[in-house]
Design a protein. Sequence first.
Length: 164
Amino acid sequence: MRLRILLFVLAFFIWLLLTWSLDPQHIAAGFIIGLLVSFLTADIFDKPPQVFKNLKRYVWFLYYVMVFIWECIKANIDGAYRTVHPDLPINPGIVKVKTTLKSDAGLTFLANSLSLKPGTMTVDVDKEKGFLYIHWADVKTQDIDKATELITGKFERILKRIFA
């Protein structure tokens, strides 16, 4: 319960900093959003405290953000190029990729990172078997190992260091 209260206070404080307003409507919205955030995310932080004290995880997370932004830029350029040149062949389809990530947070980061990147979208996650089903705008291979390396390789290697 203390964790939920701490998360509420933190979310509410961040809300006030971001809105930079003390209007009653902003305070009410921040209160509601703080409640939602604290009750929806408290389970994510239900790990032993030593996990959060590992500074290397934060360094890897910063690196992950840079890699993600770079991959998004490349995917946006590719998507824009395909839009301007409609004669370029595309081969849309759903491929199956393997993942060794086991934590809910790690799988969520991977699935959302792929969905935020233009050209790929996570359709389904099979946590028990360790598979993601990805809609790929230009399927280059149906081989699970090759598709895994092309789609999730860079992200998963870093996410393992963050969420292991």
